[in-house]
Design a protein around this ligand. Structure first.
Ligand SMILES: *[C@@H]1O[C@H](CO)[C@@H](O)[C@H](O)[C@H]1NC(C)=O
Ligand SMILES: *[C@@H]1O[C@H](CO)[C@@H](O)[C@H](O)[C@H]1NC(C)=O
Ligand SMILES: *[C@@H]1O[C@H](CO)[C@@H](O)[C@H](O)[C@H]1NC(C)=O
Ligand SMILES: *[C@@H]1O[C@H](CO)[C@@H](O)[C@H](O)[C@H]1NC(C)=O
Ligand SMILES: *[C@@H]1O[C@H](CO)[C@@H](O)[C@H](O)[C@H]1NC(C)=O
Ligand SMILES: *[C@@H]1O[C@H](CO)[C@@H](O)[C@H](O)[C@H]1NC(C)=O
Ligand SMILES: *[C@@H]1O[C@H](CO)[C@@H](O)[C@H](O)[C@H]1NC(C)=O
Ligand SMILES: *[C@@H]1O[C@H](CO)[C@@H](O)[C@H](O)[C@H]1NC(C)=O
Length: 359
């Protein structure tokens, strides 16, 4: 509460300042549910926007729309008017319609229509705590799709993977995708086609957020050649298919560091020792990979699955946390002991979090 008071004062001052300072954000737009956050002061590049749960960094030249109770609120008209005003007021520069962040926070909106932003463009789209939001038109972001670098959702009802991923595939500059606590049940075949995408996060271990994914298709991440971190936390995921984690070669154009490690974090109590199909962990194209399994029901490590994984690259590592394997060592896991655990003279420990490696 203390924080949000500070924030309100800060925002109030900002609004006052810009209402009088003839800024690019028209002052009459500040009265509706959407605020325009602008500052040309270089010392204040990021405003931390605090919600009850976390702080969302919102930069200057951003639009925040929040607390919309009317599920049919016409956000599109707001942007049509805003772009009309900006375009007539600011013909001198051709960048008046480029904004940084769009935050939709705590609304009852159900749908985002086609061409939502008119001629306004954003680099970051954050849909935070809109529990009724269940559909986004496949052309909702069509005018800004080449600009979007960050796409985040938290607590929405989005479930239509087909539409969602066909619009995400069009975000040619996407770097970061994070979806937490939505209703997504599957990740389709060839879900991504994003050259610059480095982070794909469905849930986060440290925040205990997840995505109710039951099924991951084939080659879902194959066309994300810059991927460095993949997180999938789902209480409903029970199977990792042969081709689900298959990776294509790392992009030489995009990556400055070809030796960079790929982090794959998977968590969920329905993941057990039989969940990983054979060869599911060896289609990583010799990338050095750190596979971390959290809070699973894995009770032994199948030699036919995890040994080829560890041999697929000499630097690959495996960590198994919060499963029964952490407390006891099944005889079927003993294969890791002589080759992949630490011993006093060896520097390298390749497997973490299992009782098999405690001597
Ligand atoms: C912002 O820009 C306006 C016009 O360019 C200028 O008059 C004003 O001093 C600037 N404010 C800050 C805080 O830099
Ligand atoms: C958007 O820009 C196009 C040209 O770039 C223009 O024809 C159109 O009228 C603009 N739309 C709005 C709502 O300003
Ligand atoms: C246009 O605006 C965006 C967002 O404020 C900014 O990142 C970009 O550098 C600007 N481009 C130009 C050419 O001024
Ligand atoms: C986006 O959709 C609108 C409405 O359907 C259309 O007028 C506009 O030309 C489209 N823009 C692009 C870049 O496809
Ligand atoms: C998501 O919604 C649930 C239930 O309404 C709530 O408990 C939780 O705090 C929300 N999470 C965030 C990050 O807003
Ligand atoms: C993937 O993206 C490339 C360009 O970025 C495009 O040429 C290709 O058609 C896309 N493939 C699919 C299946 O969308
Ligand atoms: C696999 O990667 C390692 C380093 O990560 C490298 O030393 C080795 O030559 C690569 N092997 C092949 C067959 O590309
Ligand atoms: C592990 O999963 C169970 C069942 O889904 C859940 O109750 C528990 O909180 C989880 N533990 C951690 C540390 O995430």
């Amino acid at each position: 509460m203390y924080h949000s008071q500070i924030f309100s004062i800060k925002l109030f001052l900002l609004i006052q300042y810009f209402a009088y300072a003839d800024s690019q954000c028209p002052s009459n737009f500040l009265k509706g549910p959407c605020s325009c956050i602008e500052s040309n002061s270089s010392n204040d590049p990021v405003l931390l926007y605090p919600t009850v749960i976390e702080s969302i960094p919102i930069r200057s030249k951003s639009i925040v729309c929040e607390h919309i109770e009317n599920s049919l609120f016409d956000l599109r008209s707001f942007f049509v008017k805003l772009s009309a005003i900006l375009l007539t007021a600011g013909q001198k520069t051709n960048n008046v319609t480029s904004f940084n962040d769009f935050l939709l926070h705590n609304t009852k909106m159900k749908h985002l229509p086609r061409n939502l932003f008119g001629n306004i463009t954003f680099t970051n789209i954050i849909l935070y705590q809109n529990p009724l939001l269940n559909s986004i038109d496949v052309n909702a972001f069509n005018n800004t799709r080449n600009k979007i670098e960050v796409f985040r959702t938290v607590n929405t009802s989005l479930s239509d993977s087909k539409t969602l991923f066909s619009l995400i595939r069009e975000f040619t500059n996407l770097r970061f995708l994070s979806m937490e606590n939505d209703k997504l049940k599957s990740i389709p075949d060839y879900a991504f086609n994003n050259t610059h995408l480095r982070y794909i996060w469905f849930g986060a271990h440290f925040k205990q957020t997840s995505q109710p994914i039951e099924y991951i298709g084939k080659y879902s991440f194959y066309h994300a050649p810059s991927l460095t971190s993949l997180r999938i936390f789902s209480p409903l995921l029970a199977k990792i298919g042969k081709y689900s984690l298959a990776m294509n070669r790392i992009s030489r154009i995009v990556s400055d560091d070809l030796s960079q490690m790929l982090y794959i974090d998977i968590g969920g109590s329905m993941i057990d020792s039989y969940s990983f199909e054979s060869t599911s962990l060896t289609r990583l194209r010799n990338r050095s990979t750190f596979l971390r399994l959290y809070n699973t029901s894995i009770d032994y490590l199948d030699e036919n699955v995890f040994q080829p994984f560890l041999e697929s690259n000499p630097s690959s590592l495996l960590d198994v946390q919060d499963s029964s394997l952490s407390r006891s060592c099944d005889s079927r896991s003993l294969w890791i002991k002589s080759e992949y655990c630490i011993n006093i003279n060896s520097r390298e420990n390749r497997v973490y979090g299992t009782a098999c490696c405690s001597f």
